[in-house]
Each structure stands twice: as C-alpha cells, then as structure tokens.
Design a protein around this ligand. Structure first.
Ligand SMILES: O=C(O)C(=O)C[C@]1(C(=O)O)C=C[C@@H](O)C=C1
Length: 367
C-alpha cells in the first residue's frame, strides 16, 4: 500500500519483536529510576521505555499525568538504560513539549484516534519532523478509523509508522478490560502491507493475570511486538495499578513466550510448501464448487421470476443453515465459522436472485 518505514528502519536500533515496557505513568523521578534499576537488575532491557506523561482519564478526579516535569525525568531512563523513550500525545501542546524534550517515539492513544480532527491537528504539528509515531486502535472496532489516523500522519510526511493493538471497548463482554477482536489487527496488516502492529496486553486484560496468555496469542497471530506496563511497585501505582507488572514478572512473562518468526520473510520449508500446494488445490475445488452452486442459484432465480416467488425462503434457508452447521460442527468446524460462512453464501444468493427479479437481465457474474 503506502510506503512507510518499519521499526527496524527507524534508526533506533530496533530489531525483531519490539518490546516496550515501563510504567503506565511517570510519577516521580524516584519511581522512574526504580523501574529502570529493577529492569537492569533483572537483566531485562526492553527495546523501548514507555511512560505516560498526560493521561486521558474517563472521569475527572483521578491522576491525569504529571505533565512536562515527567519529560525531564526521561534523562534518568537514558542514563540507566540507554534505550528509546516513547510517550502518548493527545494534542498539539503535548507534541510541542515531547519534541522539545526529545522523546524518541510518540504514540496516539485510543481516545484520540477516534477523533479525526484531533489526529489531523497532531499530524499538522508533526509536519517536517522525522519522529516515529505509533497509533493505538480507536476505542470502537472501526478499522477504517484506525487506518485513517495512520493515513493522516502519512499524508503530512510522517513515514516511520506502526500501530498498537490495545483492544476495544465493549459494553457487554466483561471478560476483558478491552476486547481483543483479533480480526482487527489482522485486517489492518492485510490492508496496509508491512504495517507492524504491537500488541498491548495490559490494556486488553486489565489485570496482571492473563497478560502472558494474550501476549502469546498476539505472537501466534503474527503481531510484531508487545507493550507491557511495568512498575517497581504496581499495587501502589498512581494509575492502572491492577494491570502493571514488576520487572521480575515482566522477565518471567517474556521468558515463557514462545516467539515465532514472521513467515513472509522466510523461505518456506519443503513441508510447508507441500502443505500450501494441497491448500491451493483445495481452494481451487472450493471455488469451482461455489461457482457451480451459484449457477444453480441462478436457475432457481429464473424459476422464482417466472413463478413470481420471493427470493428469500425462510423455511428452506433455516433447513440449509441448521443441517450444514450441524454437519460442520460434527466435522470439527466451529459453529460461529459455519454460520458466518453460510450467511455470506446466502447473502450472495439472495442478492443475485433479487437482481434477476429486478432486471430480468442475465446475471452479471461480477456484480
Ligand atoms: O432454496 C431456494 O429457494 C434458494 O434460492 C437457495 C437458497 C440457498 O442459498 O441455499 C437461497 C435463498 C433462499 O432464501 C433459500 C435458500
């Protein structure tokens, strides 16, 4: 799609999976230093250090970030860990201060990504700079909004870009603080080739337990890194106390993750090549069969037109749906997948037949 530079090309020495760790918020210089020293002690040096300076809170009254002072303390991080520093910016004043204090990488938070006006203003403020920017997914699962924010930055010349998957707000599903909706980061990677997506398990899970599981799933899906909130004393953190881990816990989590290699850059082994050939053949057959099915659908459509019958036949459709789902489930396919597949087939059937009824013209196969 659009040309952009990957994390390994940002000139910050990043390579492989990008691991971003650090406290939810910078609180005091002592706290920043303690986190750094414990990381050092545990011999767990992340690829980048994160610290929130301005915190967008749902309701007023809780800690809203330490502000510019916190940016001065980033020198402590540089001194102890010598790694790039990243923080969130939510408006142009934040951008100005972050640039003034030489923050290495910025990120745009979920609450900002939802607002194209805000993203555009930030993009304009960044025009002419060379700073890398990571864009968190918007609060709601809207892929176009997520891509749109990246495009706004790209359009002003910011080409060091990455995305962060922090999950999506869901009023009903309370298993997560923010529901992962794994199809979203995967779709993003499909739509914008080469776009790296860093997973943020801390905001998805909302508590310490489960960070390992979500991290592993992110790596399994092929996401490109992890951002894990890390604090020397999480229980007494000024924000997000429940979901932060200690540097020792971070080390434990990272040591348990089975990191996978991104496939696309690898030449597939003979075995993988053979398995893929089998898939190519089966997909061919599936497409032939689907084409045959829709040819019959067109014949039924012609019959319906002749006999003035409606396209949608609820009893027959229910029978098709139930029997095929049942069979699929018996063969080990998930009910959700079967239903989605059948819905999609049915939608195409009724569209084709309705077109026949409407126009009476031969069906345009490309419609
Ligand atoms: O059985 C029909 O009447 C069809 O047109 C086929 C079909 C299908 O795709 O299986 C499509 C539309 C109807 O709602 C029911 C079933």
């Amino acid at each position: 799609m659009k040309d952009h530079l990957k994390t390994s090309e940002w000139g910050l020495g990043l390579k492989g999976h990008v691991i971003i760790a650090g406290p939810c918020s910078a609180e005091t210089p002592e706290q920043v230093e303690k986190v750094c020293l414990e990381m050092k002690e545990q011999n767990i040096i992340p690829s980048m250090f994160r610290a929130g300076i301005w915190k967008p809170r749902t309701r007023p009254g809780s800690f809203e970030g330490i502000g510019e002072d916190g940016l001065k303390w980033m020198e402590i991080v540089r001194h102890h860990l010598n790694i790039p520093i990243t923080t969130e910016v939510g408006n142009t004043a934040h951008v100005e201060l972050a640039l003034k204090h030489k923050v290495d990488v910025l990120w745009i938070g979920a609450r900002t990504t939802v607002n194209p006006f805000a993203v555009q203003e930030i993009a304009e403020a960044l025009k002419g700079t060379d700073i890398p920017v990571m864009v968190k997914n918007p609060m709601n699962p809207d892929l176009q909004l997520w891509i749109g924010a990246l495009e706004r930055l790209h359009a002003v010349g910011i080409n060091k870009l990455a995305a962060i998957h922090r999950g999506f707000s869901d009023a009903y599903d309370k298993r997560f603080r923010n529901k992962p909706n794994w199809s979203m980061p995967i779709h993003l990677k499909r739509e914008w080739k080469g776009m790296e997506v860093i997973n943020d398990p801390s905001h998805i899970v909302g508590k310490r337990d489960g960070i390992l599981e979500i991290s592993q799933r992110a790596i399994n899906f092929g996401l490109d890194g992890l951002m894990i909130e890390t604090h020397h004393d999480p229980d007494n953190a000024w924000s997000d106390a429940k979901q932060q881990v200690t540097p020792a816990q971070l080390k434990d989590i990272l040591s348990k993750i089975d990191f996978k290699t991104p496939l696309d850059s690898e030449k597939p082994s003979e075995k993988l090549h053979d398995l893929r050939s089998a898939i190519d053949h089966m997909d061919d057959q599936l497409i032939d069969l689907l084409a045959e099915r829709f040819a019959v659908i067109d014949q039924i459509g012609a019959h319906k037109r002749e006999h003035k019958l409606t396209v949608f036949q609820s009893d027959r459709w229910k029978e098709v749906m139930d029997s095929r789902t049942d069979k699929g489930v018996k063969k080990g396919l998930s009910e959700k997948f079967m239903k989605e597949l059948l819905f999609s087939i049915h939608e195409e059937s009724v569209k084709r037949q309705e077109k026949q009824l409407r126009a009476g013209d031969p069906v345009n196969k490309n419609a």
